[in-house]
Design a protein around this ligand. Structure first.
Ligand SMILES: Cc1ncc(COP(=O)(O)O)c(C=O)c1O
Length: 400
């Protein structure tokens, strides 16, 4: 076969973008530089030290001293699948709180793990009602696991977790939480909220590229995995084997994605240098300014203010406006990416992410100014300057 490498001149370069979609978010330059360090063996003593530092900082971000924390190789879905396939054995009952696209993905995975799945479906765009879980748990005597998502990226809802966790405890079941869009941008108190397993992703609020799924596991969840009667169907995502590589005896499991771990270590340093509380406050300030601006454009928010996430904001696309055409104009004309709707919200909403490095006042103002220009071109009249003014006022009020 002839060999014909694509000439460098023909290879498209990656254009700079302002990433205000559901992820990946922009990556801090310090993280990109960290990834350019020389390769090192995954059992080199210096790399082990890097792993130790990563675990130590990850535990601070998850707010756990009792649990284990480490990154799985893979994106957020790896953390989801590792949890469901390691915590559930065929025939185990799992009660799943369902209020969005990613909750449905969890159902699919739990079914593949052979579990007896009890999906509790509630309205999209609203917080999941605790009473629903309470009523269901009363009907069963042998529930192994309850699942929920802290930040449903498909709906923009912040799900309060303490009530669900209390119910899981009262019924002596394990409690698993998806913190993919939350970790690093929203409080995650793993120990205090009695969570048994939580997983996240590096590409949202953690300032890193996609590629790792940081997880935290309680001692009782690890014990439960250790005492399984059957092996988890996935060897790669077996949480016990991964926990051994990362935490206990450092036995080789798979070749560690060294450069991504270097990225995560730097991302975690950035998070802790900023301070968790400051970081949550920054996400809140910028999301409030974004909402003020979008509402000044006359757009309606999908989620009521009390359950709205700071990481991702959903607005209904106005009647008669082609949502994808607007997104395309933003990308092609202004280098700004925003997200489209998923599942039952497909074609109906825009999703604007302000996560990690992408949560910046200047990005909020750039987006709103571009929307003021673009929307009239797509048949939706707006008064020039109103959105930027409303967002600026909101930022000034919040001292941002
Ligand atoms: C809440 C939630 N869970 C899980 C996932 C899946 O993560 P990934 O796409 O990194 O596999 C996503 C992705 O956006 C998400 O938003």
């Amino acid at each position: 076969m002839t060999q014909s490498p694509v000439p460098a001149s023909k290879m498209p370069s990656v254009p700079p973008r302002i990433l205000l979609g559901p992820g990946p978010s922009n990556v801090d330059p310090r993280v990109l530089r960290a990834m350019m360090q020389p390769m090192i063996g995954y059992l080199d003593p210096d790399y082990i030290e890097i792993m130790n530092e990563t675990v130590d900082m990850l535990k601070q971000v998850f707010q756990t001293s009792e649990g284990s924390a480490f990154p799985l190789s893979g994106t957020g879905s790896a953390g989801m699948e590792a949890g469901l396939s390691s915590l559930l054995e065929p025939g185990d009952t799992v009660v799943m709180c369902i209020y969005g696209f990613f909750c449905e993905r969890m159902v699919d995975m739990a079914e593949r793990a052979g579990a007896n799945v009890v999906p509790l479906r509630a309205d999209w765009g609203r917080a999941f009602p605790e009473e629903m879980l309470e009523a269901e748990l009363k009907k069963h005597s042998n529930v192994k696991l309850v699942t929920a998502i802290q930040a449903e990226t498909s709906t923009g809802v912040r799900q309060p977790l303490q009530g669900l966790s209390r119910l899981a405890q009262e019924h002596d079941t394990l409690f698993m939480v998806d913190a993919v869009t939350a970790l690093g941008g929203e409080e995650m108190a793993f120990d205090a909220w009695n969570i048994d397993y939580a997983y996240a992703a590096t590409q949202k609020c953690m300032a890193c590229p996609p590629g790792l799924s940081p997880v935290a596991i309680s001692p009782r969840a690890l014990e439960s995995i250790k005492s399984r009667k059957t092996k988890p169907v996935s060897w790669y995502l077996d949480l016990w084997l991964n926990a051994n590589y990362w935490g206990f005896d450092r036995v080789y499991h798979h070749t560690g994605p060294v450069s991504m771990v270097l990225a995560l270590r730097e991302g975690l340093r950035l998070i802790l240098q900023e301070g968790l509380e400051n970081r949550y406050a920054r996400h809140h300030r910028n999301a409030a300014a974004l909402c003020a601006g979008l509402e000044a454009l006359g757009l309606r928010m999908v989620v009521p203010a009390e359950h709205r996430l700071d990481q991702i904001t959903l607005a209904w696309i106005p009647d008669g406006v082609d949502g994808d055409a607007v997104r395309n104009s933003l990308l092609r004309g202004h280098g700004i990416e925003i997200g489209r709707g998923l599942g039952e919200f497909a074609g109906k909403v825009w999703r604007v992410g302000l996560m990690g490095e992408s949560s910046k006042p200047e990005y909020v103002l750039a987006l709103l100014s571009a929307m003021e220009k673009i929307l009239p071109e797509h048949g939706y009249e707006v008064a020039s300057g109103v959105a930027v003014a409303a967002a600026s006022e909101s930022l000034a009020r919040a001292g941002g």
